[in-house]
Design a binder for this molecule. Structure first.
Ligand code: SF4
Ligand code: ZN
Ligand code: ZN
Length: 191
């Protein structure tokens, strides 16, 4: 098997520690963690460490060890790309790090509103519903008549059902309360 060669980018010159006599280029291409650690240790002595590391960070296709950084699928040398402001990923990143970003917050508010409008359109296609009523409320607007009517009908039906249940309980002979009374302990009372 031919020995792999280390192709150096143009800015690297004869001072590169990896190019000194006696160095094995495959040390910088090894997948063995111990060999990779050895390569990184040599890199840290290299006068070209800083430009080499910059090169590694800016070259996405590199594999192996460069500038004391080893790129493997689980150990990328490039920092994770930062999502642009206005995206949900950017918003999450801001929130994780406790930042407030007005463009991201505004973009998110727009997304939420668009989503609510779409869901409201769907509720209207159904003829107006209690869900539509709730969406109108969340959008900070008065409900339309069909949604308001649907909400009122649902509330009235709920009240009637509860009243019927209470009446049935009261009429049942020897009915017992569904929940037995038990004195509260101090912990329960405080909860
Ligand atoms: S930092 Fe490492 S990879 Fe870069 S030139 Fe020096 S020895 Fe080679
Ligand atoms: Zn942002
Ligand atoms: Zn409506």
């Amino acid at each position: 098997m031919p020995e792999p060669t280390l192709t150096l980018p143009g800015f690297l010159d004869g001072r590169a520690a990896c190019a000194q006599p006696g160095r094995k280029p495959d040390t910088w291409h090894s997948v063995d963690p111990a060999t990779q650690a050895r390569a990184r240790a040599i890199c840290r002595t290299c006068p070209l460490l800083t430009p080499c590391r910059t090169y590694a960070r800016n070259t996405p296709d590199l594999t192996g060890t460069w500038g004391a950084l080893t790129r493997t699928p689980h150990h990328p040398t490039r920092p994770p790309t930062t999502p642009p402001c206005g995206t949900l990923s950017a918003l999450r990143r801001h929130r994780r790090t406790g930042q407030t970003c007005t463009p991201c917050e505004n973009a998110h508010a727009t997304r939420v509103e668009t989503d609510r409008r779409q869901r409201l359109d769907h509720q209207h296609a159904l003829g107006g519903t209690p869900t539509g009523y709730a969406l109108h409320r969340r959008l900070g607007e008065p409900p339309c008549d069909p949604c308001l009517t649907a909400e009122r009908q649902q509330s009235a039906a709920r009240r009637a059902r509860r009243a019927a249940e209470r009446a049935a309980e009261a009429q049942a002979p020897g009915s017992t309360p569904t929940r037995a009374y038990a004195p509260q302990t101090a912990t329960q009372a405080a909860a």
